[in-house]
Design a protein around this ligand. Sequence first.
Ligand code: U2F
Length: 449
Amino acid sequence: MQVAKQGHVAVLAFPFGTHAAPLLTLVGRLSAAAPNLKFSFLNTAKSNEKVFSKIKIAENGNIKAHNVYDGVPEGHVFSGHPLESVELFLKAMPETFKNGVKEAVKESGMKVTCLLSDAFFWFSGDMAAEMGVPWVALWTAAPCSISVHLYTDLIRSTLKGNGEMVDQTLKFIPGMSAIHAKDLPAGVCHGNLDAPFSCMLHNMGRMLPRATALAMNSFEEIDHTIIDDLKSKLKMVLNVGPFNLALPPQSFSDESGCIPWLDKHRASSLAYLCFGSILTPSPNELMALAEALEAQKVPFLWSFRDSSKVQLLDKFLERTSTLGKIVPWSPQLQVLEHASVGVFITHAGWNSISESIAGGVPMICRPFFADQPLNGRLVEDIWKIGVNVEGGVFTKCGTMRALDLVFKAEQGKMMRENIGILKKKAREAVATDGSSTKNFKTLLEVVSG
Ligand code: U2F
């Protein structure tokens, strides 16, 4: 599948969490299929360095990284607030991207023929209209979570009362009768509705109906009701994932020797733990989780990103040196595809869930913020491919019960069967005649103009 048309696609990336990575992966696929298109990848220097070093892209020279201003004023002293860099970046948009596009046009000598942005960037609709080009938005999370943002006004006007609201369900939205208000990201109907991040998501929901197409790292068969409803509200909805399955097998680095270590274990016998690119559970929760693994004698591989906190587990690691392995980074895709992994203990970030589905590994979820509680609900109550930790936080007893459930109980067997079915559907979606493959062809046509 190759397209010969020339064109210049300006790509606007969100530089935090795992957002720029799936966007660059998609750009890599598009570039391989349309070698005559030029892609200018606009992102902060820090995020560009990270994603371009991790993701292998076609070496046709048609994808060029452009660094845009990160919004941090010179001499700025950070207060330590976790959202500070995000809010500075949001404050500087959309000018940062407008300037970035101008520079990319000047440097390449080609006017922009398509704007491909993270769906967060609601202003892309106006930018694309001014340039007279299509706007394609990429939503990097689950179809259900974008639906929440499209229905924010209705949710706000329908759910009543503050304290009592949390347990009400979204039965007035197609496909969402099992979702509770408390599962929704802060800023939709609870929390600070006027925070910069909440306003960005609200604007996104209002602007997306103007997008030429909304692409997603998901597949149609995961939830027909939600996807059909999205199709009725948006011009074009193109599930083109799961990205990790849609790509040919990639080479990967395994500096900590995770795969050879996994090779030494029995099938479905161990737990893999990772909490994504932003979070580390609190010291109390880390201890409770460690104690539960030790008490249940569950072998574990733990990708532990925050080196400043790993010493909290020193004693536990001494005692469990033959049981488990802690690494600063793992090749997660390959880990989740390894036969020895029997459960994934996760924060329920969308990429992690999607990779767990691709590997057929049931999950124990400990969601923290944003779309994660919603994803946890989908995992436990809709797809029945995992369980949330009791009370929403790791305690020794609650985690032991969750491990028992997945490893020993009938329910765990059912979860394995259910995720096996979903995995099969995901693989079919990216096969030659699958829904995601067909959608990718359509996306290619839109992007090529
Ligand atoms: C934000 O999520 P995160 O970046 O925190 O987490 P994930 O979406 O699960 O993505 C983590 C990615 O990092 C990879 C892993 C995933 O692709 O394979 N990784 C790895 O390869 N090795 C490691 O040791 C550790 C991680 C946000 F917080 C979530 O709420 C959103 O759902 C998500 C997507 O929008 O972005």
